[in-house]
Write a protein that binds this ligand. Sequence first.
Ligand code: M6R
Length: 610
Amino acid sequence: MCGIVGYVGEQNSAPILIDGLKRLEYRGYDSAGIGIICDGKIELVKEKGKVSVLEEKINGNDINGTTGIGHTRWATHGVPNQINAHPHFSSDNELMLVHNGIIENYKELKEFLLRKNYSFKSDTDTEVLVNLIHYFYSENLSLFEATRQALLKVNGTYGIAVLSRNNKERIVIAKNGSPLVIGLGKGENFIASDVNALISHTKNVIYLEDGEIGEITKDSYYIKSLNNDSIEKEVNKIEMDLDEITKSGYQHFMLKEIMDQPNSLNDTIRGRTILEEGISKLGGLQGFEERILQSKRIIISACGTSWHAALVGEYLLEKCTGIPVEVEYASEFRYRNPIISSEDTIIFISQSGETADTLAALKEAKRKGALVLGIVNVVGSSIARASDAGVYIHAGPEIGVASTKAFTSQIAVLILIALLLGRRKNLSIVDGKEIIQSLNSISDLVQEVLEQNSVIEKIAEKFVNAKNFLYLGRGIHFPVALEGALKLKEISYIHAEGYPAAEMKHGPIALIDENMPTVFIAPKDAIYEKVISNIEEVKARNGEVIAIIDKDDKYIENLVDHVIRIPRTNELLMPILTVIPLQLLAYHIAVKKGLNVDQPRNLAKSVTVE
Ligand code: M6R
């Protein structure tokens, strides 16, 4: 949530900061701003709204300086307006700060500072922090030391970058709970809250850990702990290309990412199966298999779309391993004092690897001695690094706020884990081989589903004015129903609910009339007949039905109003196919409503506040 960039070098920093902010805009787009050191003062430009608004404003200004910081905001404290936008000055305009995260004790710190005659323009916790740093700075401490002293007084989470108008070529940075990474260039260095902002400049990066504070100049850097101990850091290489984070001709990132699923799934699966043995090989879990298999239970925890993948995972793992599986919202996990022990394995799923709720739950699980595994997309992210072991989904960067390709790759990884463990339990070699063969052909089948795009777009036209939607599925398709409803809510602002189809008669059926479209996920599986009965119940009450059905299904076609046909594969892989029409349906409805599907209101790509 929120994006931070910074630059120290020899080039004019404004275009570099703006370019970085555009690449981070998916993290928050309530307001944006930059601060650049020019001629002994710090020039500030900030605006409510998107980075393009800021860019327009800057184009009219002659701001030229080689050290600067920038921020794109997702509001936590204070409404999204120009005053609350970052960067923030200290009272006397000497220091400037950009900040991601939340300073929990900002009220008492603010009272302290008010007593010391500091004044505040905004409602933000960030302005409190910059003034607290200033308080120490005015006692003749260096910028680094003043920041360190201030952070020792702070409770909360932060990723920060600080400038001083008297330190022309220096940025002080620190991290606790919000990601921050240094990009190393030649005669120039960068900082950012994620590597997307860096890859057009450098592939050499250093990830800061919680409790670390550092300083960068154009040709040097150092990092220390908050206790002032020096820390040697490893330089990592980013394995990502620029075209992975551009739209490549698509109108939206979301559509590009939906259409990318044949490739992203191939990348998830490639090299991770052994067909002859009907088993998978996952380097990231090597050496942990026995401990997982000895677990009394497996818990899977996540938020949002990743939580829906977790529900699919429950089904997959229980079926293949016979180990009891529970699924927990990460956001609830640590607040109910969960009964966890070293006999539990807890899998945390996160696309970004930075979701604060998931990270907090992970830390709680570790504290209680459980084996903690991560299923993560972003390499080097906080959740990936905090896990004992794990599996990257390798779906490639996901920029659209609505998660799509990460979901299908998360399911693919859960299938690989189910195979790995299942083959050591009760999954036969024949079944293992069959799953692998299905995995090997899944991207062709996904391509076949994507070819229904124009059919789905036509159906979408009819529902642009819908106010509500119901999504129903059973068994492994219940989480898909939840995911379909979430996609529609997020980007089209249409209220939508997902339910197990059989639960409809216990309440939601009261909502059914000609104005309540219902989407059924109804492939031919063991409960196909029962789902048909549920469809009949909706039709009997004049409900309009869209059904996702097998391509050779003639029966449901005659029963419902609209059908989207999908091919068949192994039952365990079917959610990968059934979710794609729902992604496209939500996408087309939102586009036809004229909405910004990549940056829906009030949302951000990675939610790094609790
Ligand atoms: O990065 P994560 O997978 O941890 O994110 C979890 C949720 O915030 C995320 O899935 C959110 O629900 C998406 N906007 C869904 O499209």
